[in-house]
Design a protein around this ligand. Sequence first.
Ligand SMILES: *[C@@H]1O[C@H](CO)[C@@H](O)[C@H](O)[C@H]1NC(C)=O
Length: 180
Amino acid sequence: MKIINTILTSTLILTLLISNTTTCFPTPPPIPILPIPSSQQLSWQLSEMALFLHFGPNTFTDSEWGTGKADPSLFNPTHLNTTQWVTVAKENGFSRVILTAKHHDGFCLWPSEYTEYSVRSSVWKDGLGDVVGELAQAAEKSGVQFGVYLSPWDRHEGCYGKTLEYNEYYMAQMTELLTR
Ligand SMILES: *[C@@H]1O[C@H](CO)[C@@H](O)[C@H](O)[C@H]1NC(C)=O
């Protein structure tokens, strides 16, 4: 009887040891294949849907791509309501709105320091309007993320095609958009 007891106890201890060993050393996760996304990139991916908004002189000339020659006075969105845009986006499951701050026609929807071809030269709000600013505020209030699209192609700007000069113009506008 004593021998049986000893055998049983030993078996129990051995079993415990084995199961302990198994839980202490689980199968290691696979080695990541680089590059792995940063936390910002992951959260960007998880946010899923963004609504891309095309708005500008083309809206008033009913064209897909502007030539860069449209008169700025054409741009006059008297009933602009960016809160409405953001509300529609949010109600339909978009977590972010992205605006064409400047499309191929070169017209800027914010009063850029670097060109006259912008809302500043329009009749809208006597040249004091700012679509980028209004939408950014509306998005922030609603908890919707905001992004801008700045077209590299610019059919209005004279230095387009002169690489160094235009790169500086483009970078200056990008900096302006991201720091105001
Ligand atoms: C703008 O749109 C929002 C959302 O649809 C609405 O609540 C608000 O009354 C509108 N503002 C104006 C001035 O029409």
